[in-house]
Design a protein around this ligand. Structure first.
Ligand SMILES: C[C@@]1(CC(=O)O)C2=NC(=C\c3[nH]c(c(CCC(=O)O)c3CC(=O)O)Cc3[nH]c(c(CC(=O)O)c3CCC(=O)O)/C=C3\N/C(=C\2)[C@@H](CCC(=O)O)[C@]3(C)CC(=O)O)/[C@H]1CCC(=O)O
Ligand SMILES: NC(=O)c1ccc[n+]([C@@H]2O[C@H](COP(=O)([O-])OP(=O)(O)OC[C@H]3O[C@@H](n4cnc5c(N)ncnc54)[C@H](O)[C@@H]3O)[C@@H](O)[C@H]2O)c1
Length: 332
C-alpha cells in the first residue's frame, strides 16, 4: 500500500495571522475558508478583486497594497500559515522560497511541489468537520467524494455533535472511567434517541440522553422503522428514509416494493418479503423481541398509520419516514 504523505490535522486558527499573497478569485476561495475559521487575514497584492475589496471595506481583512517582497514576511507578526495565490508562477515560487528560508508553512495554490500543506475538500457541519484529500493525485475525485459524504451526513449531525458537547461534563461526572464513557457515547449516538436530534428535536433528545445516563446498561428496546418507499424509484428516497432503512438489522417489505429499494438496506440486514395477509404480525413480533426492524411499504406512508397506532399503544419506539421529499413524518 502507498504510504500516507500528508497528515490530516485540524489546526486552530482563531485570531492567528495568516498571510495571503495575491488578491484574485483563487485567493478569495481560500480566504472564505480562513474567515470561517476566524483567522486574522492579511492580503499582499497590487490589487484586490471586487469580493475581497468588499471584505476589506467591511473590516474583515487587512490589505497591504503592492508587489510581494520577502521582507513583507518579517514585520514581527509572524504568520501561522502563508498562501501564495498570484497569477505569476515566478512570484509564487519566490514566495515559497522565502517561506522555506523562514520555516513558515506555505501553500501555493495548485502547485503541490511547492506546498508544505495542501487544502482538502471540506464538509463543514461544525463542530463536526470532514476533510477529504487525494494528496494532489485527483482533486476532482476529492470533490466527488465530498459530495457523497455531504449526502450521507446531513447538516443535523452538527447539532448532534453540539448536543454531545454540552452534555460531556455531565457524562464525565456520572461515568468516571473512560471505557464506560466510550460505551455510553457509542450506544447513545447510534440509538433512536440520537435520531430525535437529527430530526431537530434537540430538547427531547437531551432529555432522552440524560435518561440513558441515569440508567446505564438498560438493554436497547426494539425499534420499528416505518418507511414509505414513495414512488418506488430509489432516486426519490429522502436521506432520512435511507438513514432509517440503514439502521435496520431486519427488513420486512411488501411484495410491491421494488428490489432496488430493498437493496438499499445494510448488507448484513436480513430481508423478509411479507404476504399481504400478514398485516404486520411478524413486524410486531420482531419489535417486541427487541430487534431493530424496518417495514418498507410502497406509497406515501399512510399505509403505515394503523401499525404506528398499534406500536404507540404498546409503548414501542417508532420512527417514520416517507420516501418522498416533503412527506417525512415525525417520529412518535
Ligand atoms: C480540494 C481542493 C480544495 C481547494 O482548492 O480549496 C483542491 N483543489 C480543488 C479543485 C480543483 N483543483 C483543480 C481542478 C481542475 C481539474 C484538475 O486539473 O484536476 C479542480 C476541480 C474543480 O475546481 O472542481 C486544479 C489543480 N489543483 C491542483 C493542481 C496541480 C496538480 O495537480 O499538479 C491542479 C491542476 C492545475 C493545472 O492543470 O493548471 C493541486 C491542488 N489542489 C488541491 C486542492 C490540493 C490537492 C487536494 C487533493 O488532491 O485532495 C493541491 C495539491 C494544492 C492546493 O491547492 O492546496 C478543490 C476541491 C474543493 C471542493 O470542491 O471541495
Ligand atoms: N480562477 C480560477 O478559478 C482558477 C482555477 C484554477 C487555477 N487558477 C490559477 O490560479 C492563479 C490565480 O488565479 P486568480 O483567478 O485568482 O487570478 P487573478 O488574476 O484574479 O488574481 C491574481 C492576483 O495576484 C496578484 N498579483 C499579481 N502579481 C503579484 C505580485 N508580484 N505580488 C503580489 N500579488 C500579485 C494580482 O494583483 C491579483 O490580485 C492563476 O495562475 C490561475 O491560472 C485559477
Amino acid at each position: 500500500m502507498r504510504p500516507m504523505q500528508y497528515l490530516p490535522v485540524f489546526f486552530d486558527l482563531r485570531d492567528r495571522p495568516v498571510t495571503v499573497i495575491g488578491g484574485g478569485a483563487v485567493a478569495m476561495r481560500k480566504i472564505r475558508l480562513l474567515l470561517a475559521c476566524q483567522a486574522r487575514i492579511r492580503v499582499l497584492a497590487p490589487l484586490l478583486c471586487a469580493d475581497l475589496a468588499q471584505r476589506h471595506h467591511d473590516g474583515l481583512i487587512d490589505f497591504r497594497p503592492g508587489e510581494f517582497s520577502p521582507a513583507l514576511l518579517d514585520d514581527g507578526d509572524t504568520p501561522a500559515l502563508v498562501i501564495a495565490a498570484t497569477d505569476d508562477e515566478d512570484v509564487n515560487a519566490a514566495v515559497a522560497a522565502a517561506c522555506r528560508a523562514r520555516r513558515l508553512p506555505i501553500n501555493v495554490v495548485d502547485s503541490p511541489s511547492l506546498c508544505d500543506f495542501i487544502f482538502p475538500a471540506i464538509i463543514d457541519r461544525s463542530p463536526l468537520v470532514m476533510a477529504v484529500s487525494s494528496g494532489g493525485a485527483a482533486p476532482v475525485l476529492a470533490r466527488l467524494v465530498r459530495s457523497r459524504i455531504e449526502a450521507a451526513v446531513p447538516a443535523a449531525f452538527g447539532q448532534l455533535a453540539e448536543l454531545a458537547e454540552t452534555l460531556r461534563p455531565q457524562v464525565k461526572a456520572a461515568l468516571p472511567d473512560v471505557d464506560s464513557r466510550r460505551h455510553f457515547w457509542e450506544s447513545t449516538l447510534e440509538s433512536a434517541d440520537a435520531e430525535l436530534a437529527l430530526q431537530g428535536d434537540i430538547d427531547q433528545a437531551r432529555q432522552a440522553f440524560l435518561a440513558r445516563l441515569a440508567a446505564p446498561g438498560t438493554p436497547e428496546k426494539g425499534e420499528a422503522l416505518l418507511i414509505a418507499a414513495g414512488s418506488g424509484d430509489p432516486d426519490d428516497m429522502t436521506f432520512r428514509a435511507l438513514r432509517l432503512l440503514q439502521r435496520a438489522e431486519l427488513v420486512f417489505h411488501d411484495a410491491d416494493v421494488p428490489a432496488a429499494i430493498v437493496d438499499l438496506a445494510r448488507r448484513d440486514a436480513d430481508r423478509v418479503a411479507l404476504a399481504a395477509a400478514d398485516e404486520g404480525a411478524q413486524v410486531l413480533a420482531a419489535v417486541r423481541a427487541g430487534r431493530r426492524v424496518a417495514w418498507l411499504r410502497a406509497g406515501d406512508g399512510t399505509r403505515h398509520d394503523d401499525m404506528a397506532d398499534r406500536l404507540a399503544r404498546e409503548g414501542l419506539r417508532t420512527l417514520r419516514a416517507a420516501g418522498v421529499a416533503g412527506h417525512a413524518r415525525a417520529g412518535l
